[in-house]
Design a protein around this ligand. Structure first.
Ligand SMILES: Cc1cc2nc3c(=O)[nH]c(=O)nc-3n(C[C@H](O)[C@H](O)[C@H](O)COP(=O)(O)OP(=O)(O)OC[C@H]3O[C@@H](n4cnc5c(N)ncnc54)[C@H](O)[C@@H]3O)c2cc1C
Length: 239
């Protein structure tokens, strides 16, 4: 089902990334599972099939009709440039009911959940993490590993730092690939999980989200090199 949403808030999250709130006044509540995405139809091409782009929902389901998204502007990218440079508060956005298979199992009580992402790939994990916490869903541990080039690219930093301070069962690693910074590790996300999860164990589930370079490499390392079962490594590819 297609809705006509309206942008109600735009915030700069980094020099290249913006956070959007889109309200869908046609309904009181939008149903989705934390981790799912919505397809937007944007005015960027004459042919309808070329106007569609997918974006992960960044907020946890809260029974409202507001969805949040985090969009990075890609050089030469039609959809992301439209959203980041042309869309404004009040702009109408046509979007489809949320979908996709990237969500957590119903029972995570015995699971160590490891979320690995770069850039806007953090969006579905923000939704999953706050969904677990808001609804007091049980889990063994949560570990968010976030990679970006520079400190200025760290998305939702305050929220995750606060959680890491408050909760012993949540850990948060930020790794910067192009900046040496005394507060953060330098390098790539791979080094973090390779160090911490050296031996396969049945209760750990890895969720990976982002562009194919990072995701393909992580799937290979976790399954072929470390030996986790394929079912323990679930991923969402942005392109
Ligand atoms: C399920 C799903 C969820 C997604 N969620 C998000 C999200 O939450 N946030 C988000 O920002 N994006 C997300 N994406 C990606 C998004 O759908 C678009 O693909 C992205 O915004 C680029 O679209 P565009 O129209 O700007 O670029 P296009 O006009 O489609 O392509 C522009 C150019 O960019 C190139 N390109 C592709 N990938 C990259 C890259 N990594 N770096 C540089 N250039 C590249 C392409 O080859 C092409 O030449 C998601 C994709 C999927 C499939």
């Amino acid at each position: 089902m297609w809705y006509t949403g309206k942008i109600t808030e735009i915030k700069e999250q980094s020099p290249t990334t913006k956070a959007f709130k889109i309200k869908v006044p046609e309904v009181e509540k939008i149903d989705f599972k934390a981790g799912q995405f919505s397809v937007m139809e944007l005015p960027i091409h004459e042919r309808r099939t070329k106007r569609r782009r997918s974006y992960s929902i960044a907020n946890a389901p809260d029974g409202s009709n507001v969805l949040e998204f985090s969009v990075v502007k890609l050089e030469g990218g039609a959809g992301s440039t439209y959203l980041c440079d042309e869309a404004e508060v009040g702009t109408e956005i046509k979007l489809k009911s949320p979908g996709g298979m990237f969500y957590l199992p119903a029972d995570t009580a015995k699971k160590n959940l490891v979320f690995i992402c770069t850039g806007t790939g953090v969006a579905p994990f923000r939704s999953m993490i706050f969904d677990l916490l808001n609804h007091h869903k049980p889990f063994k541990s949560l570990h968010l590993i976030f990679g970006t080039r520079h400190e200025s690219g760290i998305l939702y930093r305050e929220e995750f730092e606060k959680l890491a301070e408050e909760r012993a069962d949540f850990s948060y690693d930020v790794v910067l690939s192009r900046e040496n910074h005394r507060d953060f590790q330098h390098g790539y996300v791979h080094e973090i999980y390779e160090e911490k999860y050296r031996r396969p164990d049945k209760n750990t589930l890895f969720y990976l989200c982002g562009w194919s370079g990072m995701v393909d490499e992580a799937v290979k390392k976790l399954t072929e090199e470390i030996g986790f079962a394929k079912e323990q490594v679930i991923f969402e590819l942005y392109g």
